[in-house]
Design a protein around this ligand. Structure first.
Ligand code: MHO
Length: 200
């Protein structure tokens, strides 16, 4: 989809998504690093609750949010890539691609391949947008660069709200389940209002 910072924010703040982790996958090189990706691509590993959001809905977010579009050739680091974990996912991904290609009358360059291995990216890439807010991290009790940034469902949501993934209405609906102090809530709400609709 392009740079994984944006996708991390997009999926993380979507209701039904529980955890996200950015990393490298899709290639064969062992132990890739940001400075040495080899044949890997920047990807987002998503843990979600299928009772709240379906794989199909996740696919819609995928198709509608590409940094470089779905037809432009880009370097492998940023290609449009779906790595499926089972046959059901493969079929849904291929069907949705075929349907949209027909509808738009365009040939997508999206690669749909079996998942093999995921390498988490360096800590500074995890919840990247949230990490630009040290005051907030401290006030929700998270340390930038720690394991928490990968595993904490609240971090995934804030990482999206801060860059405008949710409307103010959508945000307010989630507020009761977030468990934030008034101080923190005010801080985040300001960004929700300022940033919604301004892109990631
Ligand atoms: N260097 C680009 C993309 C970073 S991304 C993790 C930027 O600063 O936006 O590939």
């Amino acid at each position: 989809m392009g740079c994984f910072w944006a996708g991390d924010s997009l999926f993380g703040a979507t209701p039904g998504v529980i955890r996200t982790c950015v990393g490298y996958a899709g290639g064969l090189k062992d132990n890739p690093a940001y400075s040495n990706l080899g044949d890997h691509t920047e990807v987002i590993d998503i843990e979600y609750d299928p009772e709240v959001i379906t794989y199909k809905q996740l696919l819609n977010l995928f198709w509608n949010n590409h940094e470089y579009g779905l037809t432009k050739f880009v370097k492998r680091q940023y290609i449009s890539l779906i790595l499926y974990h089972n046959d059901e996912q493969r079929i849904l991904a291929e069907k949705s691609r075929d349907y949209l290609q027909r509808e738009k009358n365009e040939k997508f360059i999206t690669e749909i391949s079996p998942f093999r291995k995921f390498y988490p990216a360096e800590d500074y890439h995890q919840k990247y947008r949230l990490q630009q807010h040290p005051w907030l991290l401290e006030n929700i009790g998270l340390k930038g660069g720690s394991e928490d940034l990968r595993n904490c469902p609240l971090a995934a949501k804030l990482n999206g709200y801060l860059v405008g993934v949710a409307t103010l209405d959508e945000f307010e609906r989630q507020v009761p389940s977030l468990g934030l102090s008034d101080k923190v809530l005010q801080y985040v709400r300001k960004y929700v209002i300022e940033r919604h609709g301004n892109g990631l």
